[in-house]
Design a protein around this ligand. Structure first.
Ligand SMILES: [Zn+2]
Length: 248
């Protein structure tokens, strides 16, 4: 805990300097395709292809048309983790119904010196992050255990997201070294992004990954990028245009 509190001032400084605007450049600008509410409703039609998405960021997460697995983007490499356990590089022609990416630039780097659970790590981050900002979060380290999941490709007419998640495939793993890529989204973003933490994982050997449900990290580093700018790419599909947003 002390480690994190020491950096409290550093993390919150950008918010304190809001009165002194400066161009954000492209670093840590969050670009998202569609919205989490659209995904919840089963709007799994591809809205943007990965060739275009790659211009908007080198780091992030998402999925594929039809909810064909979990997407992980790290250092400009885009991966698809499928429910059969395979992980492969993403073809630029593949499309996404939902993704969130940024050009990641760490502004704060914290050591994870002691073993910690996902609940402990996120509780510590909660102590030092503003409740009203988006953050990009990269956690690299050795994981004593990690539980990832992936989902199966659906066909139209698409079911709601919750129905697909009920049939998710779980991949428990032990002693794996890799990276969690993710975001923490503020409550003000409800409907756009999952509020709170959302992590996807990719192993260093690129052989396992998925949407991270839980983990126990043995040691590593946490890097944080403060998101000052955010944009949503709206799909111009009849399904999106006519959806009853916001969802209750
Ligand atoms: Zn996910």
């Amino acid at each position: 805990m002390r480690h994190f509190q020491r950096f409290l001032f550093v993390i919150l400084l950008p918010a304190l300097l809001a009165a002194e605007p400066k161009p954000a450049g492209r670093n840590n600008v969050l670009f998202q395709v569609s919205t989490i509410d659209a995904l919840a409703l089963g709007l799994f039609q591809g809205a943007l292809d990965y060739g275009d998405l790659k211009h908007q960021g080198d780091f992030g997460l998402g999925t594929f048309e039809g909810l064909d697995g979990e997407m992980i983007a790290l250092d400009g490499r885009f991966f698809q983790a499928r429910p059969d356990g395979s992980v492969r590089r993403v073809d630029g022609k593949a499309t996404t119904p939902f993704a969130a990416v940024t050009h990641f630039a760490a502004e704060v780097k914290l050591p994870v010196a002691q073993p910690a659970s996902m609940a402990q790590i996120t509780a510590q981050l909660d102590q030092v992050l503003s409740r009203n900002l988006f953050y990009a979060i990269k956690i690299h380290g050795r994981f004593a255990s990690i539980l990832n999941r992936s989902v199966s490709k659906q066909s139209p007419p698409y079911p709601p997201l919750a129905t697909v998640i009920a049939g998710q495939t779980l991949f428990p793993d032990r002693n794996v070294t890799g990276t969690l890529v993710g975001f923490r989204s503020p409550a003000l973003a409800k409907g756009l992004q999952p509020v709170g933490y959302h992590f996807h994982f990719i192993a260093d050997d690129e052989k396992s990954g998925g949407h991270a449900l839980d983990f126990e990290i043995a040691g590593g580093t946490v890097e944080i990028g403060v998101i000052r700018q955010h944009s949503t790419y709206a799909p111009l599909t009849p399904e999106f245009l006519n959806a009853p947003f916001p969802l209750p």
